[in-house]
Design a protein around this ligand. Sequence first.
Ligand code: ADP
Length: 350
Amino acid sequence: MAKKVLVLGSSNVDFILRIPRFHNPGETIMGENLITAFGGKGANQAIAAKRLGGKVSFITKLGNDPYGKSYQKYLIKNGLDPKCLLMDRNLPNGMALIELHPKGENRIIVSPGANGSLFPKDLEKLKQAWKEVKVFVTQLEIPLPTVKAALEMARNHGTITLLNPSPSIRLPSQLLSLVDFLVPNELEAQLLAGIKMKRDQDLPKIAGSLLGMGAKNVVITLGPKGAFFKNRDEEIWMEAFRVKVVDTTAAGDAFMGALACGLAEGKPTREALRFANAAGALAATKLGAQPSLPNRKQLERFLSKQGNPIKDCHLRRQRRRSSPDHLRRPHQSPFSLSRQRNSGLATRDP
Ligand code: ADP
């Protein structure tokens, strides 16, 4: 069975600064020494899947400058097919300026550079990259027409499609209906659905609205609260694994890469989600984007220490609601509910 993962997306060089606090407009503050690292959502997700043992190709466009050239060498060294690593003759490489708060939160500004010139016509030249692809992954740090063209190509090849709608913009139903797994974070989900989340119980409504816009499955990542999955038949609530957080940069990318890798291996949805939840948690324990992405051994060791997998997820089938909303006390989050009722509920794979 084909098990290849094809990732399409950005490659940025990250300039990371630890700062004492987020500062005000017009104010200058002192940060720590600059850290430079390879990043960009596309590259992070490709490396995340590759590090977990996936057979991965990565289509990206690098800049014709020292950053782009060293990024190209690095991606080739990491086993990614050189034919898919395009280079723009005129533009600089994509960049990201990342501010890191002592509490582990971050603020990021992205300059697209060559990522902005990755066009549908580039995909036409890379038709061989689709051979034996089981899972296709993309995000929104490259032009939207390219994302749409690639999703259409994926559909024509019968490939499972994953879209991480980041950075967030409103997306047309025409595009969302090409997506098998839509994976926004909490903020992106609210923006896409046009619904504000006031409490955890709003998640089914937000995910339901995204399903209504055309996505087949929705996974909302919730940072330290874990993740929430919904499709037409069921809901899965997953608590985050408890870890010592250092820097959450690329936690979402680790989650995406692992989800893609798990689905390409044929894992059932619930298992692939647990795999992704663990990858996201491990990525939050280390500084930086790609340096923090776990390898297969680290992830399996971590998961083996977590005990009963059924305890991590709470599954609810739509037609057989085992924990009706009206039985919940108003202050009780679905996540605390899942902790109390775990063992009897999540017994079958979706
Ligand atoms: P993004 O980086 O795209 O904003 P999230 O912050 O939602 O994404 O994180 C993605 C996933 O990483 C979460 O769903 C969870 O599995 C994991 N994760 C993130 N932060 C933590 C944390 N503090 N503790 C444990 N897991 C985390």
